[in-house]
Design a protein around this ligand. Structure first.
Ligand SMILES: NC(=O)C1=CN([C@@H]2O[C@H](COP(=O)(O)OP(=O)(O)OC[C@H]3O[C@@H](n4cnc5c(N)ncnc54)[C@H](OP(=O)(O)O)[C@@H]3O)[C@@H](O)[C@H]2O)C=CC1
Ligand SMILES: O=C1CO[C@H](CO)[C@@H](O)[C@@H]1O
Length: 365
């Protein structure tokens, strides 16, 4: 492999452009070709970003000899087909989220990539943002004790456009596949494998899910409480709770630059329920005991302290996942340890189960 990795971008829409702009942060990456169904659209992007080659079909793009690595940024319903074409042409692949429409499709692609010995990864860019790497370090280092729960939300009031990719069931639209995928990815990343899931949704007129609420049960009794919306604003932040404190991941949690860590020491109620070990402290305070009991957790927060950690990102943040794909390619690794194929399959297993249960629970029309 030459020093510079030559990317071929499949799709010429908004994400294709954002990804190409992100790549500009990497001195050892170039975009050598872009392809879309419409040659004009591919040419438009090529002109704007000075990409040397534009083609008007998926087949031409994946067959291009000047492409080392294909980035798939077409709509969800064609991810499987486009990855199969790229891998079939002997090209490693980075594919936009969601990796596929369901876990069955994801397993098929994973098998193909593995049997061909080619690199393949879902472009779950949030996992590669430096602040998220720092969060994983904190969690593994026991900063908040035993990690027990995640609460996260993601939502924006998108304009309702029935033919658009978000709203069209035929293109794999819906909030679960567009935004829910980030929430479930984060939950799996931080709390481990999922053993059970329940969820409710509201449905848009077009037939896609436009709001969802999920509870995931992870191994060891850990829980995630997740919600997503295509119709309204949410906090877009996340809180990870542990036996010894909590970490707040600042908005937007999928591309964060700040973590707030709060330590909370254990509350051990005495025989009289007055706060036990805190008694000495409480006694010194000019408050009655019943009030002290109520503010005990707040005292703990104040004593444990609060730390803000700022971990800035550069550019638009899409380059970090690309850098990992390039590292893997050079190292001869066919999967990234940060986002292996089994993780993409596990995410879709959860999304499949939620969708299956909606029917079971009769929560939707
Ligand atoms: N990581 C992130 O932050 C984001 C990720 N995404 C993901 O990126 C993907 C694309 O989204 P976005 O860029 O917004 O979508 P756009 O509609 O803006 O672009 C889609 C592109 O795919 C092409 N295309 C559509 N259908 C086909 C087909 N059947 N065969 C070949 N090309 C096709 C279109 O070109 P043509 O007109 O020529 O067909 C167009 O260039 C989605 O999977 C989405 O989930 C999206 C936004 C943000
Ligand atoms: O992946 C995504 C990231 O966030 C966007 C909202 O800002 C989504 O619409 C998009 O699909």
């Amino acid at each position: 492999m030459a020093d510079t990795v030559r990317w071929g971008i499949l799709g010429a829409g908004s994400m294709a452009e954002a990804f190409a702009r992100g790549l500009a942060e990497l001195p050892d990456a170039v975009v050598s070709a872009v392809g879309s169904r419409s040659l004009d659209r591919a040419k438009g992007l090529a002109e704007r970003l000075r990409i040397p080659k534009a083609v008007g079909s998926v087949e031409e793009l994946v067959a291009s000899p000047e492409v080392d690595l294909v980035y798939v940024s077409t709509p969800n319903h064609v991810h499987r087909e486009h990855m199969v074409l790229a891998l079939g042409s002997g090209k490693p692949v980075l594919c936009e989220k969601p990796f596929a429409l369901n876990a069955g499709e994801a397993r098929e692609v994973a098998e193909l990539a593995r049997s061909a010995g080619l690199f393949c990864m879902e472009a779950m860019w949030s996992r590669f943002i430096p602040c998220m790497a720092r969060l994983r370090e904190l969690v593994r280092g026991g900063t908040i004790g035993e990690v027990q729960m995640l609460s996260a939300q993601m939502g924006y009031p998108f304009e309702y456009r029935p033919g658009g990719r978000l709203w069209d069931p035929g293109q794999g639209g819906g909030v679960l596949l567009d935004l829910g995928v980030y929430l479930v990815s984060m939950a799996l990343d931080l709390l481990g494998p999922v053993e059970g899931v329940v969820g409710f949704a509201s449905m848009a007129e077009s037939g896609v899910d436009d709001r969802v609420g999920l509870v995931l049960r992870h191994s060891g009794g850990r829980l995630s409480n997740l919600s997503a919306s295509l119709t309204g604003a949410t906090g877009n932040d996340a809180v990870l709770s542990g036996s010894g404190g909590l970490i707040r991941v600042a908005e937007p949690f999928y591309r964060p630059e700040r973590l707030t860590v709060r330590s909370v020491s254990p509350i051990s109620p005495g025989a009289d329920g007055s706060g036990g070990g805190r008694l000495a402290l409480l006694k010194g305070m000019p408050v009655v005991r019943s009030v002290a009991r109520r503010i005990d957790p707040l005292i703990d927060l104040a004593r444990g302290g609060r730390r803000d950690l700022v971990v800035p990102l550069s550019g638009n943040g899409y380059q970090y996942q690309a850098a990992e794909a390039m590292r893997c390619l050079r190292a001869g690794e066919t999967e990234s340890p940060v986002m292996p194929l089994d993780e993409s399959i596990a995410i879709l297993d959860v999304l499949d189960e939620v969708r299956r249960r909606w029917g079971d629970l009769g929560s939707n029309p």
